[in-house]
Design a protein around this ligand. Structure first.
Ligand code: MLT
Length: 326
């Protein structure tokens, strides 16, 4: 039998206190918090609430969404990175997790090693939309307007690092001009100003724009995918509108704090996969121009591999643009 000295016993006790207790099969026994790093009513919030509701059913415990907006999605990410790694704190984030490590050089948390991956959720196309009274009826007229008016036009986004910021960066590079950007705590609030006509343009996810486009509340110019969408068949692609290569879609993923025990990650991933296979989630996602990722892409390992590759993809693009958040 191995003799454990006093230091050994103290060490074992310390380790037991540090790691959250996890009795196999006991998790979860109470409400789980899902942080959304943008304001309520936006596309990330929409994806999160659909997934949270379906996960609650599978877990038998409530998954409550908490909106922690600000600083391009970094404040919400920080909240989760610094939370107890006990399975009761998760984060629904998106492509910003791939760009924030380069865009933000002085964060209060580790934007890469501060998280465990639970699984990918969905990839959402983006749409270039404007206020209804904007003096441009189509993409060709919009390109001419932006090139003529430049910084007189206001472009809404959800802060540096947000998908709407990245889409705007690519759009202005493609058009060879700059507009004045107006940051919001999420594109949910930004949509209100677009509908009111107090901001001119925005590039946002179909989960936030589809219903407003169909209701005639805003004007749609293009979708940022290589093919048109079944949910918006009359909307041309950016390439068809004269901006070839202007393609970007926003992936979403679920995370937990670093150090969350593997059996808990496995249980959370099981609930996520059940949510992705939930018919109601599939139907709602389809109506909003997107779809759950295939289950093979929703494993923790596949998510981490995809995320790491996207960090490496965006880093040189951001460094070439030379625009950082701090
Ligand atoms: C983004 O621009 O990253 C998102 O649309 C923000 C949000 O979900 O509100």
């Amino acid at each position: 039998m191995t003799k454990i000295g006093k230091r050994g016993l103290l060490g074992l006790a310390g380790a037991a206190l540090a790691a959250p207790a996890f009795a196999q099969g006991a998790f979860p026994t109470r409400t789980i918090t899902m942080v959304v790093p943008f304001a309520a009513g936006g596309p990330t919030d929409t994806v999160a609430r659909l997934i949270a509701q379906a996960m609650s059913t599978n877990l038998g415990q409530t998954v409550v969404v908490e909106n922690v907006g600000g600083a391009g999605g970094t404040l919400g990410a920080q909240r989760t990175a610094q939370a107890r790694p006990d399975g009761y704190n998760v984060l629904m984030h998106h492509i910003g997790m791939a760009t924030i490590p380069t865009l933000y050089r002085r964060l209060a948390y580790d934007p890469i090693n501060g998280f465990e991956t639970i699984g990918l959720v969905t990839e959402v196309p983006m749409t270039l939309v404007g206020r209804n009274a904007l003096p441009a009826q189509n993409m060709q007229e919009l390109v001419a307007l932006v090139k003529r008016e430049g910084e007189k036009l206001n472009y809404a986004n959800a802060g540096i690092g947000a998908a709407s910021h990245l889409c705007g960066l690519l759009l202005m590079q493609a058009m060879g001009t700059r507009m004045t950007t107006v940051p919001y705590r999420g594109t949910g609030p930004a949509m209100n100003d677009l509908l009111a006509g107090t901001v001119d343009l925005m590039c946002d996810q179909t989960t936030n724009t589809t219903e407003q486009i169909k209701a005639g509340g805003i004007r749609a110019f293009a979708v940022t995918t290589s093919d048109r969408l079944e949910s918006l068949p009359d909307l041309p692609t950016a390439a068809q509108g004269g901006l070839p290569g202007f393609e970007v879609s926003v992936w979403h993923g679920l995370y937990a704090p670093k150090g969350t025990p593997a059996p808990i990650i496995t249980r959370l991933n099981q609930a996520l996969v059940a949510a992705l296979q939930d018919p109601n989630v599939g139907t709602r996602f389809a109506a909003l121009g997107t779809a759950p990722v295939p289950v093979a892409r929703a494993t923790p390992a596949a998510h981490r591999e995809f995320w790491q590759a996207d960090i490496a993809k965006w880093r040189p693009l951001i460094q070439a643009a030379g625009q950082y958040a701090d």
